[in-house]
Ligand binder design. Structure first.
Ligand SMILES: NC(=O)c1ccc[n+]([C@@H]2O[C@H](COP(=O)([O-])OP(=O)(O)OC[C@H]3O[C@@H](n4cnc5c(N)ncnc54)[C@H](OP(=O)(O)O)[C@@H]3O)[C@@H](O)[C@H]2O)c1
Length: 289
């Protein structure tokens, strides 16, 4: 059982990558709809907010909390640090700690519920990253820590130095991004009981691109099973991810209340083995031996 199951959290999360500084009203509307639908985990990052607007998405969440405190009561907010515009990555201890202080100020929070290192910084020794994360947990500034977009070997190296357990790995995973099924990422998460969060679970919308041949193939397979299950194609694409035994939690990014409501139907769908492999094979473009 994954950590998120143990907490009894709703198995779908909502993300703020697509939000900019002028989107407060929409953010409040979407948080309300998400909560009504059962979602209780929200994902952001210090760098989200659109080009030239570092911090804007966190600031939106902080402002939403200030205007309507009950809206975000009892939810978990995850954020990420370590992407430094122009560098592009900085996971030095000094930078991570400074970045978390800035995130907390924008979010109007004393502690980050789940703090990720956003992307591996090839120039940061894992011992230094571990020291930063351990210090943040010990100092009460992060309840749990995780990483995003790490290779399994990078996680292994970091774990070797960390005192705090690594709670989560956030990865690109969708019916169009299937590498983690094969490269050890999901196996490692299961072996070490890390929650898996799947970013761009609908391929960032690419799944619906009529000009994309692979997406069309996957859609045909999804449509067949969506029809049988009585749900939307997008919901079936999420159900495909959620069926894996690592129990990935998709982080959806739609800015439409209707699509959000359609998507959460995935929580009640359970694909059988044959249907799951049919969708996988449509994505791979070949039959498995
Ligand atoms: N860790 C990382 O490096 C990383 C990277 C990227 C993202 N993320 C996280 O993942 C979250 C979700 O990413 P995402 O927004 O790319 O997820 P997504 O849910 O895969 O994609 C959302 C996009 O798909 C479109 N879409 C959804 N349903 C559709 C449909 N039925 N027909 C046509 N278009 C449809 C949405 O348009 P509408 O708004 O019009 O519905 C939106 O543009 C982000 O907010 C962020 O929190 C993390």
């Amino acid at each position: 059982m994954s950590a998120s199951d143990a907490r009894g959290a709703f198995p779908i999360a909502y993300g703020f990558w697509r939000y900019g500084p002028d989107d407060l009203a929409l953010a409040i509307e979407m948080i309300g709809a998400a909560r009504e639908a059962g979602i209780s985990h929200f994902d952001t990052a210090d760098v989200y907010g659109g080009r030239g607007h570092f911090g804007a998405a966190e600031a939106l969440l902080g402002e939403a909390r200030r205007r309507a405190p009950s809206l975000l009561g009892g939810v978990e907010i995850a954020t990420k640090v370590g992407v430094e515009r122009g560098t592009p990555y900085n996971s030095s201890k000094e930078y991570i700690i400074r970045a978390v202080d800035a995130s907390l100020r924008r979010l109007g929070a004393e502690r980050v519920d789940l703090l990720y290192v956003h992307r591996p910084d090839l120039l940061a020794h894992p011992a230094e990253v571990a020291e930063a994360l351990d210090a943040l947990v010990a100092g009460g500034k992060a309840a749990r820590v995780g990483v995003s977009n790490y290779a399994p070997a990078q996680i292994e190296a970091l774990r070797g130095f960390l005192k705090t357990p690594l709670a989560a790995h956030q990865i690109e995973l969708s019916a169009l991004a299937t590498a983690p099924f094969f490269d050890g990422t999901l196996d490692q998460a299961m072996a070490w009981d890390m929650s898996v969060y799947a970013w761009s679970p609908l391929g960032g919308g690419r799944l619906f691109d009529p000009a994309d041949g692979r997406a069309a193939r996957v859609r045909t397979a999804l449509e067949k099973h969506a029809k049988a299950a009585g749900c939307a194609v997008g919901a079936m694409a999420l159900a495909f991810l959620m069926r894996h035994p690592a129990r990935p939690t998709p982080i959806i990014g739609t800015r439409s209340v209707t699509r959000l409501r359609e998507a959460v139907a995935a929580a009640r769908v359970r694909l059988d083995r044959g249907a799951w492999y049919e969708i996988l094979q449509a994505s791979l473009g070949e039959r498995l031996p």
